[in-house]
Design a protein around this ligand. Structure first.
Ligand SMILES: Cc1cc2nc3c(=O)[nH]c(=O)nc-3n(C[C@H](O)[C@H](O)[C@H](O)COP(=O)(O)O)c2cc1C
Length: 167
């Protein structure tokens, strides 16, 4: 092994999940942003976690309302990832601006993202400060998968593609 700067080792993490974090603000405006730093963090109950920068509007929305949707971006959502990852819901209504289609949630007040591989409705259970991010842990209270199935998009260091098994 050769020693490198810690940040230089991060290139090895790709391909990485693209989690579309859907939330809403106190005025009931929905918002969405892509997050690479997401994971499953409990099996019983099923929980997922996302690390969100304190500067992002989504951080404030989740803190204010205690709910979010954790959606794996689907094949075909490459442009949406770019659009929603380079703009802030603090300034615009992304759903209106980018004509983002939604579906009805079952248990939370946050819309589901149509075209995603899956949508997990989450109720906030824990919140941990982590440097310049906050880790939000949500219990999955309802789940939806695309029908017919849509392949999950992966991030290959800024290029988005579906990872398929060899052979
Ligand atoms: C592929 C991708 C992955 C990202 N991962 C994260 C992440 O894990 N956490 C985070 O806070 N921001 C992440 N971002 C940046 C946010 O999506 C971006 O700052 C967004 O504009 C925040 O929107 P908001 O202010 O409406 O919440 C990512 C962006 C892209 C394109």
């Amino acid at each position: 092994m050769k020693q490198v700067k810690p940040s230089d080792a991060l290139g090895c993490k790709y391909p990485e999940w693209i989690v579309m974090v859907v939330s809403r603000d106190t005025a009931e405006k929905p918002n969405v942003m892509p997050a690479g730093w997401g994971m499953i963090c409990s099996g019983q109950p099923l929980c997922v976690a996302v690390a969100i920068s304190t500067r992002n509007y989504s951080c404030q929305c989740i803190e204010d309302t205690g709910q979010f949707v954790f959606a794996w971006a689907g094949e075909g959502q490459e442009e949406l990832v770019q659009q929603t990852g380079t703009t802030s819901g603090r300034k615009i209504d992304k759903f209106r601006e980018f004509h983002i289609p939604t579906s009805e949630p079952a248990e939370v007040m946050v819309p589901l993202l149509s075209g995603a591989a899956a949508n997990l409705e989450c109720q906030l259970r824990h919140e941990y400060p982590s440097g310049d991010h906050v880790i939000f842990v949500g219990e999955v209270v309802a789940a939806h998968v695309s029908d017919p199935p849509i392949a999950k998009l992966e991030n290959f260091d800024g290029r988005f593609a579906v990872a398929r098994p060899a052979g």
